[in-house]
Design a protein around this ligand. Structure first.
Ligand code: GTP
Ligand code: MG
Length: 296
């Protein structure tokens, strides 16, 4: 009998949650970057094999909120707890256990959901350092298990799946075999463009941008898509355009490459930037376009 369940991937920003989701599903579903605060939406990825269906739930990294966006992202992450059958709590093994981790665990202590500690990025540290980290963290919380992994090197992910399978409560499948994710095609496209912006720009840019598909046409052999990059000030617009438009061109080239691979057909991608200074301006613009929510 197939067993199913919901498994949330939680932890501080940048510990490797989205990379783990992608590696477990063997597809690029959630965007990743070396910047803090990459994930902004709950992303479900559904894993199927002969004896299980696991709905992995990638969540935004939990941070000490500096602004409204930070607070909203934390709320989204905490909101996923009550729907979970198991939580994978990720700690970056190289950085070790910190105050931010303790803060999240104090919250998890109030919930009645089993928690497995996953030590991520072990390809970056020695065996000895790993043993040290395990000693340091294993008693800070009643973890069900401690599993060290490397998503990039595909180390110990089989073991992690084995552990996860012990916590699936539902008999039978929750979703049909064809369902892979909860995210829409337009959302995915806008995220790929945002990923390239994160990749190519410096620290100060990421938080202040969002992306949106304005137009999408598909026929048998090609896709034509127009993606808007929204910034909140003109100085950022200048950075994203780059000298002589070079930066935005490069963003487009990289994004198109990924999208062509994903869709398996030719993609004509147009990207452009617009400054919308505040929520009111954004909402007004989106209303004119007939689009309700940012980023989705
Ligand atoms: N060396 C190494 N790097 C990794 C591994 N997993 C993730 N990373 C890197 O860590 C960085 C952050 O990865 P993400 O998956 O975006 O982290 P996240 O926890 O989803 O981050 P937020 O969405 O901001 O909370 C990226 O540069 C990844 O390439 C790993 O197993 N090994
Ligand atoms: Mg992420």
């Amino acid at each position: 009998m197939v067993k199913s369940g919901f498994v949330s991937i939680m932890g501080r920003a940048n510990v490797g949650k989205s990379t783990l989701l992608n590696s477990l599903l063997e597809r690029h579903l959630a965007i990743t970057s070396n910047k803090v605060g990459t994930t902004r939406h709950i992303i479900e990825g559904i894993y199927n094999d002969d004896d299980s269906q696991i709905i992995f739930v990638d969540t935004p990294g939990i941070t000490k909120p500096l602004d409204k966006l930070g607070t909203v992202l934390n709320q989204k992450s905490y909101g996923s707890i009550s729907d979970s059958d198991l939580i994978l709590f990720l700690v970056d093994a190289e950085k070790g256990f910190g105050k931010g981790d303790k803060f999240i665990l104090d919250r998890l202590r109030e919930e009645d959901v089993p928690v497995v500690l996953v030590l991520s990025k072990i390809d970056r540290i020695s065996k000895n350092k790993l043993l040290e980290v395990i000693q340091q963290v294993k008693d800070v919380f009643p973890f069900k298990e401690v599993v060290p992994i490397s998503s990039l090197k595909n180390e110990n992910l089989e073991e992690l799946l084995k552990v996860v399978k012990e916590y699936l409560p539902v008999e039978g499948k929750i979703f049909d075999d064809g369902t892979v994710t909860n995210i829409s095609q337009n959302f995915y496209i806008s995220e790929i463009v945002r990923e390239k912006v994160l990749e190519l720009t410096e620290k100060e840019v990421p938080h202040a941008i969002s992306t949106l598909v304005e137009e999408f046409h598909e026929d048998r052999d090609k896709i034509v898509v127009r993606v808007l990059i929204i910034v909140d000030r003109d100085s950022l617009k200048k950075i994203i355009l780059g000298k002589g438009g070079r930066m935005i061109k490069q963003i487009g080239v990289l994004a198109r490459k990924d999208l062509e691979e994903y869709f398996g057909k030719k993609v004509y991608l147009e990207t452009f930037v617009k400054t919308l200074k505040n929520w009111r301006e954004k909402e007004k613009y989106l209303q004119e376009l007939g689009i309700r929510e940012l980023d989705s």
